[in-house]
Design a protein around this ligand. Structure first.
Ligand SMILES: [Zn+2]
Length: 152
């Protein structure tokens, strides 16, 4: 596709370091592209945030595994409440981890759609997704009507 070829050319050009000053105002991109670029910035920030969160949860889970192994040798029975709360914390982390991962996947999918030039287009019906919906949910891949249809 033409869009893909353009992306390829652009990334090759990037090797010649672009001066910082070239960024910003002096853009001839269409209004829609500028808008999509804004969503891309937003999504990239969200991706970074989610990745950091996921990493932190993984570290925490790893630490808990360690303390659990250490505890196996000591008397569990003396502190049933501690064990329960630790298990609960771990379960909670697993659940959070799963939802963070799911969210991250959505963000990545949206970024892929931007690269493919299909961002803001409903995956199901091919009609444009309303701006208001994208603003509330930048990683939406379905229009509201299709989302509703799939949920009911
Ligand atoms: Zn749709």
């Amino acid at each position: 596709m033409a869009a893909r070829a353009a992306v390829g050319r652009a990334s090759k050009k990037k090797a010649k370091a672009r001066p910082q000053a070239a960024r910003g105002k002096r853009t001839t991109r269409a209004r829609v592209s500028a808008e999509v670029a804004k969503f891309r910035t937003l999504l990239e920030a969200e991706r970074a945030r989610l990745e950091a969160e996921l990493e932190e949860i993984e570290h925490r889970t790893a630490r808990m595994d360690e303390s659990e192994r250490a505890n196996e040798l000591s008397a569990y029975e003396d502190h049933p409440a501690d064990l329960a709360s630790e298990t609960f914390e771990r379960e909670k982390d697993l659940a959070i981890g799963e939802s963070v991962e799911g969210m991250l996947q959505k963000v990545i999918t949206a970024l892929e759609k931007i690269e493919r030039g299909t961002y803001g287009v409903c995956d199901a019906c091919g009609r444009p997704i309303k701006k208001a919906r994208l603003k509330a949910l930048p990683f939406a891949t379905l229009c509201l009507a299709c989302q509703d249809r799939l949920e009911h």
